[in-house]
Write a protein that binds this ligand. Structure first.
Ligand code: ADP
Length: 677
């Protein structure tokens, strides 16, 4: 600042002296105090004495503080220095004290531009500064407070959030608790309700029910049905089952219960037999039952619920049905009866094996009504169809006998019975049938018919001859002893002889049929018997019979019957070996038996025929020739020999003749003696 020259410096200074602001004026580089007003002196704590002195010497307490240096710089540079809130340590009552000042070192320049004075104005701002400091401090502490608060707030926030989440958790837990409580209440209620319902259910149940508690199976709840099966009263409630029903000992039930209890798995019993005490006797009962384990929340069995139905009647009824069915099957099997059920709309048949077999079908073969119908010989089909129709129409049993042709071409006779079965609408939908193979019976009947025709024919021939002879004898009775007389008597005799043989055969036959062939054993000489039996042939004089073998052979047998066999074989040799007249009769002693053979030299017997020769009524065909006979002779021989425990057979070769033989078992009893038992 440049003062106008006309203003005197002294005037200026005096103005400044009155300024309430502390003011001082300095000059020169060493800062000489030209002037200082009261206010400034008060700051410094100095008296006017310091006017005119150097700054440094006047204010030594400011040494070490920057003021002098700043002033010097201002003097030298001419640049004003302004400070605010600048600290200065000053002496107060001889003690250093810190004050704060706003001050200005204003360079007042001369016209040469150089510093002429330095005007120092200052005002103490310690209070303001203190206030400011206080404010600052306050604001600092406020800030801190704010910071603290915000930290606290943040913390609070976190805590709050925590709290909120805790709260939420608590809330949730609480509502869960509430829910559980509600549930528990409901559950409790339902439990009580369920228990009540369960009890009622058990008691009112139409089947037997009981609840067995704990591992001793104490009877807890039991209904009347169960008590009835057990044949016990309510006193069993609370008792272990083994005490309530001591008869269960040695029966499997307690064991099964233990198993169910241990495994927690139910057990289903089907038609199990249980022995229960009824009127002090163990009675057989059959039960269908379930042992259902009741588990707690840890899956441990607490009790077992028993639900049972008494099926004794059904089982027994079924057993008796099975028994009846078995018996029926045995009877059917034994009598070779087949049975079937035919579905009339499909033609399907549910047949027993025997039924199929009677038509020549095997067990595994399909056999339908069509198969059955087609196996019937064509000429019988129409009639059978009509019989079945009538049976359905009149709801009655039909009975028929018809021949069927098996797949192998053989013919069999079937006897069939059938009965229609009706559905609930009264329509015949099924047919139940039984059959039997009656081929043998049919053949027997056939044979009987044949036999009767042969027998009557055979008896008729000699009878006719005898009748003719007797008629002639009658005519010539006035002329006895003529040649004709003799011939007729002989013819009659032969005819009667033949008739006797035939009638003997018939009689023997009927005796054999009734198993009345009684043997009269005694010892006799075999050779002598054989010799005797060919007498009648030798008498005829047409055949030569040679007898050979051990003449001393004694045997023990029915002589008459053995003789009958030998005569039969000899007669056949005469009858069927007409071309040759030589017959050999011989005996052989074998280790275990005596063999007697009759050999002829006739035409022989075809091999295929041999197995049937000893059958009843069997007669082989002899081309171009006819022989009288009933086909019974060899059959009777074989029966007699079998009865003696011997064997009979034939060796034959076509064109060379036949050897019929039989054996009798021998048992040595003394020298040369053979016995049959
Ligand atoms: P029958 O003589 O009454 O016919 P048999 O039972 O005595 O009955 O004989 C059965 C069949 O055996 C005879 O029909 C005959 O064909 C045959 N037969 C029996 N003996 C002889 C034989 N020695 N030679 C040839 N065929 C015989």
């Amino acid at each position: 600042m440049n003062f106008p020259d006309q203003i005197h410096a002294g005037e200026l200074l005096s103005v400044l002296f009155y300024s309430p602001n502390a003011t001082a004026v300095y000059q020169d580089e060493d800062v000489k105090i030209l002037s200082a007003n009261e206010a400034m002196l008060k700051f410094w704590g100095k008296s006017r004495e310091i006017i005119g002195r150097d700054f440094c010497s006047a204010l030594p307490e400011l040494d070490g503080q920057p003021f002098f240096e700043i002033l010097r710089k201002v003097w030298l540079s001419g640049e004003t220095f302004i400070a605010k809130d600048y600290p200065a340590v000053l002496l107060t009552n001889g003690f250093p004290e810190q004050f704060y000042f706003d001050f200005e070192y204003r360079a007042i320049l001369g016209p040469d531009g150089k510093t002429k004075y330095i005007l120092h104005t200052a005002s103490e701002v310690t209070e303001r500064r203190e206030a400011l400091k206080m404010v600052e401090e306050k604001s600092r502490s406020e800030q801190k407070l704010i910071d603290d608060l915000s930290a606290l707030n943040a913390e609070y926030h976190v805590t709050n959030e925590d709290l909120i989440s805790k709260h939420e958790e608590l809330f949730n837990a609480n509502s869960e608790l509430l829910r559980i409580k509600k549930e528990l209440l409901t559950a409790n209620h339902t439990l009580a309700e369920n228990e009540k319902r369960f009890k009622t259910l058990v008691e009112k149940s139409p089947v037997a029910m009981a609840s067995l508690q704990g591992e001793n199976f104490e009877v807890d709840i039991v209904n009347d049905k169960a008590l009835r099966i057990w044949n016990k009263d309510r006193s069993v409630v609370g008792m272990p089952l083994s005490e309530a029903l001591p008869e269960l000992k040695n029966q499997p039930f307690i064991g099964i219960l233990e198993e169910v209890y241990a495994t927690g798995k139910p057990y289903f019993g089907k038609e199990l037999k249980i022995m229960l005490e009824r009127s002090s006797e163990l009675t057989e009962c059959y039960l269908n039952f379930v042992y259902q384990p009741i588990l707690d929340e840890n899956n441990e069995t607490v009790s077992i619920l028993v639900v049972a139905t008494d099926v004794t009647e059904q089982v027994q009824a079924r057993e008796s049905i099975v028994e009846i069915k078995n018996r029926l099957e045995i009877a059917l099997d034994a009598s070779r009866l087949g049975s079937t059920e035919i579905n009339l709309s499909t033609g399907r048949m549910d047949s027993t094996n025997q039924f199929k077999y009677n038509y020549g079908y095997r067990t595994e073969d399909e056999f339908t009504y069509l198969d059955l119908y087609q196996s019937i010989l064509p000429e019988y089909r129409r009639r059978i169809k009509d019989l079945v129709k009538d049976s359905i129409k009149n709801n009655e049993v039909y009975k028929a006998e018809y021949p069927v042709k098996w797949k192998d071409g053989s013919i069999h006779w079937i006897q069939a019975h059938g009965m229609p079965r009706f559905n609930k609408d009264g329509v015949a939908d099924r047919m139940v049938g039984m059959n039997a193979d009656v081929t043998d019976k049919k053949l027997a009947e056939q044979r009987k018919d044949d036999f009767l025709s042969v027998a009557s024919h055979e008896l008729k021939t000699p009878l006719t001859a005898v009748r003719a002879s007797i008629q002639l004898l009658n005519r010539i009775k006035e002329k006895p002893y003529s040649q004709t007389h003799i011939r007729l008597i002989e013819q009659s005799d032969k005819g009667i002889e033949k008739m006797c043989v035939l009638i003997d055969d018939l009689l023997n036959m009927s005796r054999l049929g009734q198993d009345q062939l009684m043997l009269e054993y005694h010892h006799f000489n075999l050779y002598e018997m054989l010799d005797k039996s060919c007498h009648h042939i030798l008498l005829e004089g047409k055949n030569q019979v040679s007898v050979s073998g051990d003449k001393s052979l004694e045997i023990y047998a029915d002589e008459h019957r053995i003789e009958q066999v030998v005569i039969n074989l000899l007669n056949n040799a005469v009858k069927y070996a007409k071309g040759s007249n030589e017959i050999h009769l011989f005996t052989e002693a074998e280790p275990d038996c005596i063999r007697v053979s009759v050999r002829d030299f006739g035409q022989g017997i075809p091999e295929a025929v041999i197995p049937h020769l000893f059958d009843r009524y069997y007669r082989a065909e002899h081309i171009g020739k006819s022989y009288s006979g009933l086909g019974l002779g060899l059959y009777i021989c074989s029966e007699i020999i079998k009865k003696h425990s011997g064997k009979i057979g034939v060796i034959s070769k076509m064109g060379e003749g036949s050897t019929f033989w039989f054996t009798l078992p021998r048992k040595k009893s003394g020298k040369g003696q053979v016995m049959t038992e």
